[in-house]
Each structure stands twice: as C-alpha cells, then as structure tokens.
Ligand binder design. Sequence first.
Ligand code: C2E
Ligand code: CA
Ligand code: CA
Length: 564
Amino acid sequence: MGYELSIEEKLQLEEELNTINIRLATIDGDYDDFFEIAQRCLVPVFKKLKIAKATISMKAPKTVLAPEGLFGSEILCDTGDLPGPNEHEEAHDTKEGGVSIVTYFPKVGYEFGDYELDKLKYISDLVYAWGGRIRVRGLLDKSLSSDGMTGLPNLKTVLGFVNMLIRRGRVGYYNAYYINVRNFQYVNKISTRMGGDKAMTMYAGRLSSLADRDEMIGRIGGDNFIAIIKRVENDAFLEGLKAITIDVETPSGLRSVTLSAVAGIYELPRELIEPESIMMPISMANSMAKQVLHRDYVYYNEEIAQNVIGSQRVLIDFESSLAKHEFEAFLQPKIDLTTGEVCGAEALARWNHEGEVIPPDVFIPPLERDGTICRLDFEILRQTCDILQNWVDNGQKTVKVSVNLSRWHLEEPRTFDHILSIVSEYNFGHELLEFELTETVDSKEYDSMTRLLQNLRNEGFTTSIDDFGTGYSSITMLKDFKLDVLKLDRSFIMKIGTPTEGSKDRVLISNIISLAKQLDMKVLAEGVETMDQLEYLKMVGCDMVQGFYYSEPLRATEFSEKYA
Ligand code: C2E
Ligand code: CA
Ligand code: CA
C-alpha cells in the first residue's frame, strides 16, 4: 500500500530531483556517463519513494546511424533493495517511431500509491528528456564524425585517432592503410538503384569488423577507405582484405559478390608528429600498387615517393613541354634481310627536357596512366608526317615510317578521323605511313580495334602488330584482324644465341614465321643486337629486323643524312 511523505521529505525530494536535473545537463552525448550519474543520484530519491530498482529499455527503428535498429535494456538505478512485484511502467514514444520505457519495481511488500505514481511519471519525464538530449547529442556527434552513408568514421575522426595514438606514444606500433575496393563499379552495374549504396554499406561493415577495438577503419569517400591497424595484425588484416563477400540486390534477386582491394601501407614511425602527414605516403603507395605495380598492396618507401613525384612532374610538365616542342620523334631503321637495305623506320618519342634527352620508359608510363599518351602519339604522327613530306619535297629517297598508337586510342571513337585530319594536311602517299598497335583482351576495345584497323587499311596505310608474343599481342589477333606486319617481341630474340635456353624460342620463332607467311604477313624481329641472332633470323626466313646491331634510334636529321 502507498504511504505519505512528510512535507519536509517532499521538499527535499524536489530539491534532489532538481540537483540531478542540473547534473545531467552537463554531460554530453555519452550514455555511460548518463547511467553513472543516474545510478549515483537517484538512490536517495528511490529510497524515499520505496523504489527498489528501475530499468530503462529503448526500442528504436533502423536508421542510417543505427543500421541494426536499437534495442536495449539497461538498469537505470538499483538501490540494492529486494524488488517486489507490481512494477509500474512509464512509456514515451520517440519522434523516430521508437519507444522508451522506464519500469519501476517497488521494494518487496510495497505497492506504489498516487503520490509515488505521480513522482514516477515526473522522474520518467526527466529521464526521457535527459536521455533524448544525450541521444540527440550522441547522434549529432556521430554524424559529424562519421560517413553519412555507411556510418563508418570519417577522415577527421581517423586522424583524431592517430593523434590520440601519438599523444599516448603508441603510434609506432601501428600501420596506416589507404584501401581502394577493386571493381566496385561492377557492383553498381549489376545492382538495383539503391542496391549499390546498400552493398557499399555492407562492405563497410564487413571491412570494419576486421579492426579490433584499439584500431580504426574509416571511409574517405567513394570506394576508398583508411585504416589504422596494429602492425602485429598486418598479415591477418591483409588476408581479410583479399576477399570480402557481400550480398548485392540485383533486379533478379540477391547475389553474393566477393571483392578484393588494393592497399597502400605506411608503417607509422614513432616520431610521427602530424596525423595529416600519413595521407601522402599511404595514397602514394596505393597508386603505386594499383597503377604501376598491379599488386594487392605496396609498402611506402622513399623510392616510391621519388617515383610518384617523378610521374607527377611528367604530367605537370607535359602540356608546356608539348607547346615548347620538347618531344621529338627519333627514327630507328628497319632492315630488309633479303636486300640488306634500310626499308623503313620506327618513330620513337624522346623528350628534350632541361638539357637532357629523356627516354620513353620514364615518361610513357605516367602518360599511359590517364590517356594523355594519345596527345603525344598525335604529336609524333605530325612530326613523322613533316619528315616524310620533307623527303618527298627534297626528292630524297623515302622509306615507310611507323608510329606507335597507344591502346587508349581505342576508347575514343574519333581516333581515325583525327589521324586522317592530320595526314590530310600533307600530300605524300599513304603507303609511307605505318601504324603499330598492340593486342587487347577487352571485348569492347576489340570491336573498336577491328574498325580502326579496317579503316586504316582502307586508306592505304600499313598496319602492324607490336610486341607480338608478349601477352599483349598474341595468336587470337591473327585470327580476327587483317594486319600487314607482325613485330616479334625482343624477348624472343634475346635468347636465340644461347644453345639450351634459346631452344624453345627458336622453335617458336620459326613456327611463328611460317604461320605469318601463310597468313600473308611480313615478320619483323625487334631488338636484334648480335650477329648470331641475325644469322638465325635470316635462316628461318624472317623478313625484316630492327635493333642496335644496325642502329639505335637516331635524330631525324641524322637518319636522313645516312639513309634517305
Ligand atoms: P617499342 O614500340 O617496342 O619500341 C622499341 C623499343 O626497343 C625502343 O625503345 C627501341 O629503342 C628499343 N630497341 C630497339 N632496338 C633495340 C635493341 O637492339 N636492344 C634493346 N635493348 N632495345 C632496342 P624506346 O625508344 O625506349 O621505346 C620504348 C617503348 O616506348 C616503345 O617500345 C613504345 O612502346 C613506347 N613508345 C616510344 N615512343 C612512343 C610513342 O610515340 N607513342 C607510344 N604510344 N609509345 C611510344
Ligand atoms: Ca613499337
Ligand atoms: Ca615493340
């Protein structure tokens, strides 16, 4: 049965509740603090009201920040007295459609009366208001510190975590990772409209489960993540990254997809001062892994930094170098093995930059990465046309000159028109120009390659397949494309002279040559450096050679003096 408090007791109760109210107003966004204060401050109040204990349970619907929804029950306050039956519930509906319920258990042998019930309602209102404020603040903090889509920490939070490690002197035990998911475009392609986001959120969840409590994984946008993992966990973490399986909603139902990732790794130095300074090493190592070395992961080191900076310089300097005509087409002669005469040349780009002649292996790879190479190809084509026109105009002896076409040209439907528009400014015969292409495995490129080759041949240009036998160019191309010349890659020629090692290469060479003959193609051997090589190639009926044995690539003026 209920009972009455004296006036003094009631006044004191009001004051105590008021104190709790003020105390709770000072804590921010942390449930643990809230429950600690509630436990400590509510005990005297509960004792007066004969409450043994109270629990609070919350049910919240699924939201972005709480993707699993929220359901939890906590002890709000436990006085240690034995609880009896006849508990009383006070419920509050939350704005998001959830509910928060406080359940009060009276001491054994008591039942709440009107006065207590009135106070219980009052306490519940307070608790709900405090809890709501804390929850809102908590959510707000979370939304400022996390990525809105996946709920993972954002970059700022991860850097804050690194800062904490620095302050605690622990940073030297950690690695930082820049992670990029492979082929996420594929997931977007097969998924329904919302499916892509859901799949990314699921991926993020799986990825973040690879981290321990004292580690952190955040999303920095798109399919890029950043992770701070203890160095001793490195191998296990990389193993986990290799295959993360997610369910993707496709128009025809759920489909499970396993994704791998590329990581740039930076072993954080003990002396690290600025959290932000981890960004450059991890992103450099990542682009090195992804674009240059084509590996799952790469550890950052000084050499990588130099390489990446060098590549960036190339791209930065490219435009102005092109405008200043710093790129120059060198010509390397091709020799007809039946006559022993120069029968052609290949135009190879050189970069005259800051007093040096820079070879293509320095500047071609960075230009290849984003397709800038096409601009260079057109420049070399133009210069080659100038050279040919000069020979014709001066009545010199002319030879066919080949130019290289990067595979990037196949992405651009106007490549052929562009080539024609350049060549049409000249009036030498098209039989003087040859185009070298490498094979492609991409089926879309395959189609555009067919068209480009057909168009070039229709216009009377010669076409050749470059680097034949390297995997870029192989046998299937011979089946589907009509080409004039097959350029045997240098890797076959290198070992011709060695008795045992070269035996397989010799078998291949002679068979490729006879195959090409039957397909009505000429064969040119690249990279011929020795007499042995030359003799063997002659013997098996190779048509042409190109290599240092005869000549290195030469300046056009030098080439003209010698051969034109
Ligand atoms: P590639 O098209 O296979 O060109 C042949 C390369 O082999 C040239 O290297 C040439 O100098 C080199 N070479 C020729 N004979 C010998 C030899 O006897 N021994 C050895 N070890 N090497 C020999 P380079 O000029 O450094 O060009 C390298 C690559 O750069 C070319 O390989 C080509 O893929 C690319 N490249 C050069 N210029 C251009 C260009 O204007 N456009 C495009 N797309 N790529 C180019
Ligand atoms: Ca070539
Ligand atoms: Ca080649």
